[in-house]
Design a protein around this ligand. Structure first.
Ligand code: UDP
Length: 191
């Protein structure tokens, strides 16, 4: 179930929990692909720039992270749709991964922020199998490290469009994993 706004099809998730259960289901199976938050600004840019539109269309899941987007969806579907803030979704996803013992790999942010993020997640019993800060040189080396870690969920905090571009290249080599671009979420989480 989804709504087309401009060039983007946005998933009509009733709330965060419904989206979480799509990403890691009741048996602990992980959705293969990536998720991206959509706000009105991204829709406007996608309307004007087809390269931005196609970047956003690479994600298998687009969810509404913006009250303007949610308002349009509610009006079209005539049923309750809640806004899903990306940072909150990410934190809830980490806890769901802990619950189902899903291995997680963290990419992005400055080394000290990343180290704090990892430590805090481990305190919450998240199984963090690897981490690479967002200022690496050799991308392929990072992808190999993710492969070897056995991670199933990979969160990438490098800001847009860097994280989306990285995710698209990763996905080709790790087609069974789930990827989420999380912007400045590690900074918020540890701040
Ligand atoms: N970041 C990174 N590598 C980069 C640029 C940024 O890991 O090459 C990290 C940065 O440390 C921060 C996050 O990406 O944790 C979000 O950065 P920024 O605020 O610039 O992006 P925005 O959230 O505005 O898209």
């Amino acid at each position: 179930d989804s709504v087309l706004i401009g060039p983007l099809q946005i998933g009509a998730y009733q709330d965060q929990q419904q989206l979480l259960e799509t990403i890691v289901d009741q048996q602990g199976f992980v959705f293969a692909g990536s998720a991206i938050a959509i706000n009105p600004e991204k829709i406007m840019t996608a309307r004007q720039d087809s390269s931005v539109a196609s970047m956003l269309q690479q994600a298998e899941i687009r969810y509404a992270d913006g009250i303007g987007v949610v308002a349009v969806m509610r009006q079209r579907l005539k049923r309750p749709i809640q806004r899903i803030p990306g940072c909150e979704l990410w934190q809830a996803l980490m806890l769901r991964c802990a619950e189902f013992k899903v291995p997680v790999y963290l990419v992005g942010a400055k080394p000290e922020v990343l180290a704090q993020t990892k430590a805090k997640l481990q305190q919450q019993h998240v199984h963090v199998v690897g981490a690479t800060d967002g200022y690496f040189g050799d991308e392929q080396q990072v992808i190999e490290s993710i492969k070897q870690s056995g991670a199933q969920v990979i969160s990438v905090a490098m800001g847009s469009p860097k994280q989306e571009q990285f995710i698209d290249r990763c996905k080709q080599q790790l087609p069974a994993c789930f990827f989420m671009g999380v912007g400045g979420s590690y900074d918020v989480f540890t701040g």
